[in-house]
Structure formats: structure tokens, C-alpha cells
Write a protein that binds this ligand. Sequence first.
Ligand SMILES: [Zn+2]
Length: 202
Amino acid sequence: MHRRGHIGLTLLGISPVLYVLLPEKPLLAVLALGVFVIEPLPDYDNRLRWLEHRKTSHSLVMAAFVGGICSGLGWVLGQHITLPLASLLSAAAAHDQAIIAQLADQLALLDPATMSLIGGTIGAGGVLLHLLADAMTVNGIQPFLPFSRIRVSFSSLYSDNPIVNVGLLVLGWLAVLVVSILATPLSDLAAQIGGFLYSTIG
Ligand SMILES: [Zn+2]
């Protein structure tokens, strides 16, 4: 799959996550966007001479490897950044500064165990979303390398198919648009506009 298709599929994949997280845990929703940093990583095999394109870089082993690294990184961030920052802010918010107190509450949710889980999910999830998009092409991927050469390909589409690439991108942005209307205060605004139009037409 080309970059547009990959981005489209990642947007589609992250939309339900954003829908769940945005209303109550907006900071987690922002962290989830880290998947856009991870997702392109498997194609860096093009730049590394010792890695063959779409081989082990495009496997479940790679997903577990990146997930493990990100999980460890999450733990370190939770231990040394988010929790200390949360207690710092909650102390600073003593004089009823509601926004800072809210931010402190959000940060306090990000303890090392949670951050490790988030990191692992983003790391493995980002690579899996990449693999899924490449598995939709005629060349497919070999997800069980280096243990098995079994090839997985869900369709006979070529990775440079413009309709599929642009189609996925458009679908992805539509999904994000729908989610941002449904899961944020925009939904109240949309309901008000809808009610106004309905009363005007009716
Ligand atoms: Zn790829």
C-alpha cells in the first residue's frame, strides 16, 4: 500500500479509539495519536541495507518487538514524566484553577503501568495497522517470518492502485470527522444547527 492508503487505514483504525477516549480521557486520546509515528516504521526497511523489503520488518515478530520497546518507554515516561508532573500541577492548582486541576487529574491517570500498556498497544497496534494495509495488496506479507514463509494476501489489488489509496484516505478522514462531531462538544453544536434548520424548514 502507498502512504495515502496507510494513513487512511490508520485513521479508520484509530477512529473508534478516539470515540471512546475523547469524552472522558482526552489526554489518552492525544497519546493514541502516537500510532501515526509508529505505523510507517516497517517501510524503513527500504532504507536499511540489511533488511529485505516486506520480510521480517512486516511480521508479527516486528509488531511484538516494537510493542515491547514502546511498552518499556511508556513505563519510563509514566515513572519520570507524567506522574511527577501530575503531582506538581495538583499542588499548583490549589487556588481553584479548574483547568490546571483537570489537567493534573488527567495526568494522574497515566501511572507507569497504564503508560506501559498504552505504549505497548500503540507500538504493536501501529505495526499491525501497517501489516493489515499491506496484506490487502496482491503481494501481501509474510506475517510469520522468520518462522514460516506463509504468505497472506487478502486481495488482488496492486499497492499503487490510486482508487484504493485515495478511497482509504477519504474514508479515514470521514471517520475522524464523524467521531469529532459525535464525541466532542461539536455534537451539541451540530444538534443545535440541526434543530434550527428543522424549525426553519418545518
Ligand atoms: Zn509496508
